[in-house]
Design a protein around this ligand. Sequence first.
Ligand SMILES: [Cu+2]
Length: 264
Amino acid sequence: MHCIRFAVVAFMSVILMAGCSEESTQPVNNENPEESLLKVGEGADQGYKVELYSENTFAIGYHRIYVKLTRTSTHALVDRAAVSIIPMMNMGQMKHSAPHEDHEGVAAINGLFHCAVNFIMAGTWELRANFRDEKNGTVGEVAVNVNVAAGNMLKSVVGTDGKNYFITLVKPEKPVVGMNDLEITVHYRETMMSFPAVENLTVKMEPTMPSMGHGSPNNVDPTHQQNGHYLGKVNFTMTGDWRVDLDFARGDSLLHTSFDITVP
Ligand SMILES: [Cu+2]
């Protein structure tokens, strides 16, 4: 009985505490995303203002992009809409897209729609943000140009099946000594405009310190979760330069790549 009573009290306090500190504990502040995020750009279409935000400046690799939708006339935040971002690169002779993720469902999360883009090249990209307001069916699109810097978080590899694969290191963003969450995404190029997620791979991972000729124990091979995201654990037992080798198989061996990670 005491336990239950304690649990109820503890639960109530959590609710009360959560109520008091709601603003500060939210990773992204819906009213003012400017406070925690970088503004990527904005535009207007069909009576809506569309603002794009990111967590950091763009370099080759995986970036979450947050979309804030506002009715221009009333300044009201739209909290139910289908939202997607299509990245486009115009290379003169040809155009191509990149892997990207739409907001899931239509409900905004803290007033924002969460999309993601895997930038596969450095240079100027056009981000086409599309929306469909659930309330009245209004459809619109806004295009924003962004610059993407070079980076080593994405590998482009031709598989044994002759297809072009894109392996992106999403985590660790800030590697530390000890156990780190490891997250990678895998996509392939179906056409210049279509980059589907690859969800059915077996991954073997091996971290080593090439300069010292040793590895580390207790690593967990990444396994598929959803939308081409694979999660595992990597153990960096000391500071310095590590190499994480990754072997991907689908029955037969498909491809190999590696990421160089410096642990400060
Ligand atoms: Cu390009």
